[in-house]
Design a protein around this ligand. Structure first.
Ligand SMILES: Cc1cc2nc3c(=O)[nH]c(=O)nc-3n(C[C@H](O)[C@H](O)[C@H](O)COP(=O)(O)OP(=O)(O)OC[C@H]3O[C@@H](n4cnc5c(N)ncnc54)[C@H](O)[C@@H]3O)c2cc1C
Length: 331
């Protein structure tokens, strides 16, 4: 079958890879000069089933309401003239009950565990290098109350098969010696030994090269401007480089998917959120010694800084150098 994949992020390229493996003739359309230039460019790179908790929890409505007045909330809601924000928000709020949060978290956890296993197979079979670390991810808390709450929440995932270890401040410092000076202000944490990190853009670009070598087409610099509908199916995809026709079309445009889907009367329950990430060259030194690789991504939820990707640094390097690239992804 001829398959046209719309979008060359991690979702579009992994879809292309799997469909090509199944014997289909694949073409990917991507507007950017290379693949993985959107959300897949500089995300935190966490492959973390242990982090499967959904945002739509019973606590979310209060946090979002508070964020209208307080700017230091982990999730922030900004009023907008876009009516789609309000229809999406209503659907979001309807998921914020304890029962739905539990159900959605478990669904997300199972999907994450399956995805991690598929990822590991692809990485092993194709020998892809993407700054992978498999030392686990540590979630730690500064107060006993927050730790107890975190552990109680984590029991849900543990009952679903997630491996966890409750660790004290001493063990946290053992994992990350740079936290030694802060030992007194760490109450403890949870280590998810099977969680991983890696560079999503490196992974996506390496996989795209494999897919191209095996005969698929990845047409970068090609902006999709419309999708035309026939009687029962899509008739063609219109781009600034001409029209494309296939037997099947796969929409992988990330945050732009709902905008194009609307043109053919499809309402997708997707609304973009804005996140920040800072990619910096790093090394050992006074900073987080075991948590940063030669380039690491730090995601900044609101004003709080969280180290979100981790890998051992080269042992001979000096203190972390200044940030060389800061890129704010468009909302
Ligand atoms: C700050 C931040 C941190 C994150 N951290 C994590 C994390 O730790 N772990 C995790 O699992 N996820 C994380 N995510 C989420 C993750 O990055 C996304 O879920 C993932 O990258 C989505 O991939 P995608 O292929 O769907 O979208 P994208 O990577 O955005 O790909 C969509 C592609 O479509 C192209 N496109 C769009 N419109 C058009 C058009 N009209 N014509 C042609 N091409 C078009 C874009 O250029 C883009 O390349 C994070 C996201 C952010 C922003």
């Amino acid at each position: 079958m001829r398959v046209l994949i719309l979008g060359g992020g991690v979702v579009g390229i992994t879809t292309a890879y799997q469909l090509q493996k199944d014997g289909h003739t694949v073409t990917v359309l991507e507007q950017a000069p290379q693949v993985a230039e959107g959300a897949s460019w500089a995300n935190a790179g966490m492959i973390a089933p242990g982090h499967s908790f959904v945002w739509s929890s019973p606590a979310a409505p209060k946090i979002l309401l508070k964020s209208l007045f307080l700017k230091d909330q982990a999730l922030r809601f900004k009023l907008s003239a876009d009516p789609h924000l309000y229809s999406w928000s209503l659907r979001f709020l309807m998921q914020c009950t304890a029962a739905k949060a539990r159900r959605n978290t478990l669904l997300k956890h199972r999907l994450a565990v399956h995805s991690q296993s598929v990822l590991q197979t692809v990485v092993r079979e194709e020998a892809i290098q993407y700054d992978r670390t498999s030392a686990g991810i540590l979630y730690f808390h500064r107060s006993r109350e927050a730790l107890d709450k975190g552990v109680a929440n984590m029991r849900l995932l543990e009952a679903d098969g997630q491996e966890i270890r409750i660790v004290d401040a001493q063990e946290i410092v053992h994992h990350e010696p740079a936290l030694a000076a802060s030992r007194g202000s760490i109450a403890g944490g949870i280590l998810c030994p099977t969680d991983e990190t890696g560079d999503a853009a490196k992974f996506t670009r390496a996989l795209a090269a494999i897919v191209e070598t095996r005969g698929s087409k990845i047409l970068t610099g090609t902006r999709i401007v419309g999708i035309e509908r026939g009687n029962e199916a899509i008739a063609r995809v219109v781009t600034d480089k001409g029209e494309f026709v296939a037997d099947t079309y796969v929409l992988c445009l990330g945050a732009e998917s709902p905008i194009l889907a609307r043109k053919i009367g499809l309402g997708l329950p997707i609304y973009p959120v804005k996140g920040y990430s800072l990619t910096i060259p790093s090394s050992t030194g006074p900073w987080l010694q075991n948590s940063l690789s030669s380039t690491s991504t730090i995601s900044l939820p609101s004003r709080r800084w969280a180290i979100a990707s981790a890998s051992p640094p080269p042992r001979n390097s000096q203190a972390m150098t200044a940030a060389t690239s800061l890129r704010i992804l468009p909302s």
